[in-house]
Design a protein around this ligand. Structure first.
Ligand code: NAP
Length: 321
């Protein structure tokens, strides 16, 4: 099969297209999936660079956790058959490939009307958004949510979840295309996080009282300012951070505020089951509609890894084998 293989940690150029042996036949409780699309997430780039700490893979490896495709074959005791449309929430052998071997628990049915590119855009973004918004921030209908970095995979997913649950959403982006995507998905306001007065714009949108919840994609840049945009008893969930930041704890005290962190790989099974159920329900109800920014051939995986780390997000980047 064709696959992207990483033999040494480094820049995007270490992603090499190779012809590898197909994965072994699925054993009991396993599923072999023919991949039609693989989602590209920022954490794929940290793993490739060898900077993901405890989660660094053993070399050589095939990157990717989020794929969509059809069942090629299934092991004993598996309630899926060849041809069934599915998406993955992890794999045994890696998603950037024509075939990927998975445990049954990592494979979910793809509802009709959801295409493969969208299926490959589900797990990491939507599960993270759901966990941050509902399981950690415990956001409620009627509350105002600031999605700080709303134009990317997690941000657009968070807008869709929040709007469907009756929240008022303000989203930020750094490009015109990103701002358009934020409003198209239902945010009541889109604000450019590159403009000098954008924090004032956000406070003005709440008539000075601040937002109840902030989902933060770049905490090292924004966390200290976020605290000043927060309502009393407000909650900030740190989703992304690429460095350190200094904050003034008094801002937390004054508001009796909370700062929470999300770590998708640490979600207990019982809460993961809630997440999967919510994603399935939203897909069937069409309140969740993954937005695809670019479909890129598998061979151009290095370009996809460069793009996902560049400014100007407006949806998901997927690889097509
Ligand atoms: P993505 O698709 O690349 O989107 C990145 C987002 O960050 C874009 O909306 C981008 O906006 C925005 N951004 C850029 N500069 C910003 C700034 N100064 N202030 C606020 N936002 C800014 O990435 P993603 O998949 O949505 O993931 C977002 C972050 O969450 C990444 O760092 C990722 O590693 C992390 N993450 C963490 C977990 C976890 O378990 N903790 C899980 C999933 C993702 P523009 O491009 O429009 O400027």
């Amino acid at each position: 099969m064709k696959a992207i293989s990483v033999h040494t940690f480094g820049g995007p150029e270490v992603l090499k297209l190779q012809y590898l042996a197909d994965p072994r036949r699925p054993e009991s409780g396993e599923v072999l999936v023919r991949v039609k699309a693989a989602g590209v997430n920022p954490y794929d780039t940290y793993m490739r660079a060898g900077t993901y700490g405890a989660k660094n893979p053993i070399l050589p490896y095939i990157p990717g956790s989020d794929a969509a495709g059809v069942v090629e074959s299934a092991g004993a005791g598996v309630d899926l058959k060849p041809g069934d449309r599915v998406y993955t929430t992890g794999t045994i052998t890696g998603a950037y490939a024509e075939l990927t071997l998975c445990n049954r628990s990592q494979v979910h049915r793809l509802p009709p009307g959801v295409n493969f590119a969208q299926g490959a855009s589900l797990y990491v973004p939507y599960a993270t958004a759901y966990r941050a918004l509902f399981q950690l921030a415990q956001a409620k209908p009627g509350e105002t949510v600031l999605v700080h970095g709303a134009s990317g995979g997690v941000g657009l997913a968070a807008i869709q979840f929040a709007v469907a649950a009756g929240m008022s959403v303000i989203g930020t982006a750094g490009s015109d295309e990103g701002l358009q995507a934020v409003t198209r998905e239902g945010a009541r306001a889109a604000v450019n996080h590159k403009s000098a007065d954008y924090r004032k714009q956000i406070l003005d949108l709440t008539h000075g009282s601040g937002v109840e919840v902030i989902l933060e994609m770049l905490a090292n840049v924004n966390l200290s300012h976020d605290l000043k945009m927060l309502a009393n008893r407000g909650r900030i969930v740190v989703i992304g951070s690429r460095g350190n930041v200094e904050i003034t704890p008094r801002e937390i005290m004054l508001r009796e505020a909370s700062i929470l962190g999300v770590y998708l790989w640490g979600v207990p099974d019982s809460e993961a089951a809630q997440i999967h159920a919510a994603i399935q329900a939203g897909l069937y109800a069409k309140t969740l509609r993954p937005v695809i920014a670019a479909e890129i051939p598998l061979a151009s995986a290095p370009e996809a890894h460069r793009k996902v780390m560049e400014p100007g997000a407006h949806g998901k980047i997927v690889l097509i084998p």
